[in-house]
Design a binder for this molecule. Structure first.
Ligand SMILES: C[S@@+](CC[C@H](N)C(=O)[O-])C[C@H]1O[C@@H](n2cnc3c(N)ncnc32)[C@H](O)[C@@H]1O
Length: 370
């Protein structure tokens, strides 16, 4: 089809992350016998491929399900599993449908239900979830527009308040800053009302302005009902970055998402940053690490050490407090990262523990050595 476009490096990087996450998400949801139905909705589906033949998100989402090693244990039926692909553009929708049939066979004969819908994400996502009886069971909703957030906060709220349901929203750089002057009513829709956002401060650098917008968006996702919300800056080696926000109600979702990020191949220099913290924290904590030449391989990352060090500001911080903070407030670090960082700071004599001896348990108290 004419009208396909080239796969941007940031999109390619984001696809690596989605694939890894889907490899975890499908079996987590479908291997639970009590889950009667699971719905995946890609609300800005696209035509299914890029100009050089790389797969678009609907194709790999279905492929990761049908060719999953755990497929025999996932009890796939048309009634139990539904994938909804929404695309506004008729030609792209037709292209996607034809491509899905070419790749996987007639859609009405697949072991799961696949619906390719011409529609608008912001208008049709909730009615389609109504129509397919998705509510009451897990939903993963991906809102992957073209640098345009485009998802009403009330839609995110409805999905977030559904059991075991998650939202992923992506956007391009400068989206919020552009809208604040040109279309403030769009921001009202996206944040849930004018009281939930404020124009950015002109004195801030563009990076800091971005951090503030992302933090506001992360707040909106939490207000929508997600207990956990992670923000990522997807940084390809070349080209524009892309921002991604993931909301879930479950620590197991957080773990699966962070694990996916750690497993993604980044050998080409691509990175996932926590835009709220990475730059500042790494710079501030550089002195906590020996120089590159002296550094043994197992020295924890300065950002991680920086977080643990910050937590020492609060008297009585326990090992469990460190674990909880890493899970909840950082996009990168997991519970398993807490103890190596704590041990490193103990060995360096920067922090002390109570009790002073024995295993490091979740209730062991920590304090900074001044
Ligand atoms: C960034 S592309 C999607 C890429 C795709 N998710 C992937 O990762 O391969 C955005 C797509 O959304 C479509 N689109 C734009 N506005 C839309 C809307 N309001 N509702 C649904 N689709 C829309 C565009 O035609 C385009 O194909």
């Amino acid at each position: 089809m004419g009208g396909l476009w080239a796969l941007e490096p940031a999109t390619e990087a984001k696809h690596r992350l989605y694939k890894r996450y889907l490899d975890a998400w499908w079996p987590i949801m479908l291997q639970r016998a009590h889950v009667s139905r699971v719905t995946y909705v890609d609300a800005f589906a696209g035509p299914g491929e890029y100009v050089d033949g790389q797969e678009g998100s609907p194709i790999f989402a279905l492929d990761r399900l049908l060719s999953h090693v755990a497929r025999p244990r996932m009890n796939l039926t048309r009634q139990r599993v539904t994938l909804i692909f929404i695309e506004e553009n008729q030609k792209r929708r037709d292209h996607l449908e034809a491509l899905l049939e070419k790749r996987f066979g007639a859609l009405d004969e697949l072991p799961v239900t696949v619906r390719v819908e011409k529609g608008r994400a912001e208008r049709d996502t909730l009615p389609l979830l109504d129509e397919t009886n998705a509510w009451g069971s897990p939903i993963l909703a991906v809102f992957d527009s073209w640098g345009n957030v485009g998802v009403p906060w009330v839609d995110l709220r409805k999905i977030a308040s559904n059991p075991s349901s998650e939202n992923i929203v992506t956007f391009g750089p400068n989206w919020f800053s552009r809208r604040e002057n040109q279309e403030p009513e769009k921001l009202d829709l996206i944040f849930g009302g004018p009281q939930y956002w404020q124009p950015s401060n002109d004195d801030l650098t563009s990076t800091d302005r971005w951090r503030e917008w992302l933090e506001t968006y992360r707040g909106a996702l939490k207000r929508a009902g997600h207990e956990y919300a992670l923000t990522f800056q997807v940084m390809p080696r070349t080209g524009q970055p892309l921002y991604l926000v993931y909301g879930t109600g479950h620590p197991s979702g957080v773990k699966a998402f962070k694990d996916a990020m750690w497993k993604v191949d980044v050998s080409d220099g691509m990175r996932f940053n926590d835009p709220r913290t990475t730059a500042g924290k790494q710079a501030a904590m550089a002195d906590l690490q020996p120089s590159l030449f002296d550094a043994p391989d197992d020295v924890p990352d300065p950002e991680l050490l920086g977080f643990v060090d910050d937590l020492m500001d609060k008297p009585g911080t326990s090992v469990q407090d460190v674990c909880d903070f890493l899970i909840r407030e950082t996009s990168r670090w997991r519970e398993t990262d807490a103890r190596p960082a704590i041990r490193h700071l103990l060995e360096e004599g920067r922090i002390a523990r109570n009790p002073a001896k024995g295993h490091l348990t979740s209730t062991t108290r920590l304090r900074r050595v001044t």
